[in-house]
Design a protein around this ligand. Sequence first.
Ligand code: ADP
Ligand code: ZN
Ligand code: MG
Length: 481
Amino acid sequence: MYLPTIGLEIHAELKTRTKMFCACPNDPDKKEPNRSTCPICLGHPGTLSVPNEEAVKKVLKVGLALGGTLSKTSHFDRKSYFYPDLPKGYQISQYEAPLVTGGALNGIRITRIHLEEDTARLLHDDGFSINSGRPTSTWVDFNRAGAPLMELVTEPDVKNGDEAVAFARELQRILRYLGASDADMEKGQMRVEVNISIAKEGEGFGTKVEVKNLNSFRAVAGAIAYELARQEKLLEAGKSVTQETRGWNDKTGETESQRSKESAHDYRYFPEPDIPPLDLTKWDLETLQRELPELPEAKRRRFEIEFGLLPETAEFFADEPPYADFFEAAASELKEKLPATNYQRLTNYFTSDLQGLLREKKLEFADLKMTPEHFAHLVAFADEKKLSSRLAKNFLAEMLETGEDPETLIVKSGKRLIADAAELKGVVEEVVAANPKATEDYRKGKENALQFLVGCGMAKTGGQASPDALRSLLEEALGEQ
Ligand code: ADP
Ligand code: ZN
Ligand code: MG
């Protein structure tokens, strides 16, 4: 029985106006290659790098959000290696004095969070040379070179793939809440590397393998599962695990050896001589702390308590802050109109009807014309039984696109809820007379037939009848005969 040990290294592209050490726009996904560049981020000799304060501040906020310790002094180091996407031969990173140390998330301890510059992007040509079987050419796009990159390293506290994915997901939410990064894994804005080893209980740590190229949560889970099985098989066969860097192949669902792992001394780290040490005492921590928004965990808990939501519904809202803001505004308006209401109908209308309509009409939530107040008024009408839910849904569809308030729409349509027995008597008689087959079926015990008859009554009244009232009147009428 082997115990897994897993540690994560997560990179996130920070959302800042300019790059890490120059004034170029920070737009790594810009379509036209090599447009956001200058001698600094192209790595020309003799240029001087100046750190981006906004990037430093964003990392400090992430540190605060995770309960880490912010350094009072910090500096940058040169990490030397050559690769075509790093032509100056070193990356400016942080080694000895990261901006943040310590902290925890989901019970997993954080070792450090530091700041560095991203590399350029290599694009391999699709064509292959017949002789070598290799790509005919590789292009370099420097739009991403020098973009601010945050790296977070965890202690080897992760016990399985689920914990790794939950950690990465929660970090992604926090980065988004803080406005630190969009953290879209598919776009490479957040990149996860997992370090995995296994060992028998009581035998310490095994040899670790680092897996790169994980650009989805599915890949993180897949790579961990694959590695655990591969390493166990090796050890069971009396072989040993090689310390190396492996890549995840999304197509085969396997990890593949890339290179043997380099260690810190291979990089010849030394303090970056062109950038003075950072004096972080000038940041007022209390101000930074005050600037932190409510974090996802707190929002989920508050939504559960304040609105009586199920944990998964609270998570649905907390994962999309614009949804959460809209829901909160609507909830406060609803409470004002109907102090005795609960939020069940509001929640249902939002998570099911509204989402369904947006999908059906191919509308983005951001393009919604309806205000949260109007949405709340519609729900209040339904709550007070002034509208059947059928009609409410029709009005909702109209409100989405027009931004009209429900009062106006209701008056304009001349529609209302008809629940009065005297008013519905005629409708019921007509429906029964026009559907002898269904009435017969109902008497024979077919419950579906009653549903069909209720539907006929709804149609006859243009959706205005209360389905509950119709049902009981029909039951009454059919029972008597
Ligand atoms: P390296 O110097 O090889 O990069 P680090 O000590 O910096 O190693 O750790 C890198 C990552 O590997 C961290 O996330 C750490 O938690 C994790 N790690 C360290 N030891 C192990 C181990 N035995 N098994 C799995 N992960 C480990
Ligand atoms: Zn530049
Ligand atoms: Mg390391």
